[in-house]
Ligand binder design. Structure first.
Ligand code: ATP
Length: 298
């Protein structure tokens, strides 16, 4: 049988394709909703407001029959924890995110949200409690104000500004000639990738979800903006369970748990200090990236 829906990357590509064609946020989501939503299991019920516990119990999944993209994943995120997913390219980090957000379903094992089996709850009720900060793709054509307000459509102008301030985005927005009324377009030269990430952080702060999913930007971001992002993250991550595909040393260091993935398996799990002391795969990854200067951003 066909697997459910498409992965996160495809979803954000979808956003990019739509950017130039579509003016309003409602319209964007209409299109994505109709195309993307798979049928829930019979008898699936809405997930009550989450406290934020997420557990993987022996989860295996493959995009192709007979493969093993990820296998026997076991971990448990306590409410409010920040979980950094770390590992080489192709290891399975995005796949784990796709499973948490239920763009795909486990072939074996269970994913539990506050103890509820994911297959017994409706996708819609789960996603409503999730916020996404992806590399840079979730901005649509429209004003900065509209783009932030998309986090919560009934937010007032004051609430939008408050979220932008908490996200460290206000400082650059208010310096733009048109401020919050600045129109964003796909190839907007006036707004850097780092600033785009600040805008999606502002949107997520406004949405205030129980679960946050983040794919940290990999491309180089200037040092000042990088510091602003790290500071904004402290606001964003507070009080919610967060899963971050992490590329930045600061994010990884501050995580409650680092889950190291290699070839679809969890090879190590623990805090930064614990994993360094182990002198295993993480230690190796860390020192090699440090040498290559990848993780040195501030
Ligand atoms: P990166 O750091 O490069 O983003 P990752 O750790 O996130 O890598 P995944 O994107 O989860 O890795 O990919 C895990 C494996 O699954 C890879 O071998 C990848 O080629 C494969 N894969 C990913 N998405 C799909 C898909 N939609 N269909 C088939 N195979 C896929």
């Amino acid at each position: 049988s066909r697997q459910f829906t498409r992965p996160l990357n495809d979803l954000s590509n979808q956003f990019n394709t739509l950017l130039s064609a579509v003016a309003g946020a409602d319209r964007v989501f209409d299109i994505i909703d109709t195309e993307e939503e798979a049928v829930d299991e019979k008898g699936a019920v809405p997930l009550p407001n989450m406290i934020g516990k997420v557990e993987f119990k022996d989860v295996s999944f493959s995009y192709e029959k007979g493969g093993d993209t990820v296998s026997n994943l076991n971990f448990s995120a306590q409410p409010g924890e920040t979980i950094a997913l770390v590992g080489p390219t192709g290891a399975g980090k995005s796949t784990i995110i796709n499973l948490i957000s239920r763009f795909y379903e486990p072939e074996q094992g269970l994913i539990l949200f506050d103890g509820h089996d994911s297959k017994k709850i409706t996708r819609d009720s789960l996603r409503k409690q999730m916020g996404f900060v992806l590399q840079d793709s979730f901005l649509f054509q429209g004003s900065i104000r509209e783009n932030i307000r998309y986090g919560r459509l009934d937010a007032t102008d004051e609430e939008v500004v408050k979220a932008a301030k908490a996200a460290n985005a206000h400082f650059f927005i208010h310096r733009l000639p048109k401020g919050y009324d600045t129109e964003l377009s796909q190839d907007d030269a006036g707004i850097s990738q780092g600033q785009r990430q600040l805008l999606s952080i502002a949107r997520a702060i406004l949405a205030d979800p129980a679960i946050l999913i983040m794919d940290e930007a990999t491309s180089s971001i200037d040092t000042i903006t990088e510091l602003k992002i790290q500071e904004a993250l402290q606001h964003l991550l507070k009080g919610r369970t967060s899963f971050i595909i992490a590329h930045r040393l600061n994010t990884i260091k501050n995580a409650d748990q680092i889950i190291v993935i290699e070839s679809g398996k969890i090879v190590e799990k623990g805090s930064h200090e614990e994993l360094l002391a182990k002198k295993g795969f993480y230690h190796e990854l860390y020192t090699s990236q440090l040498e290559k200067n990848i993780l040195l951003k501030p």
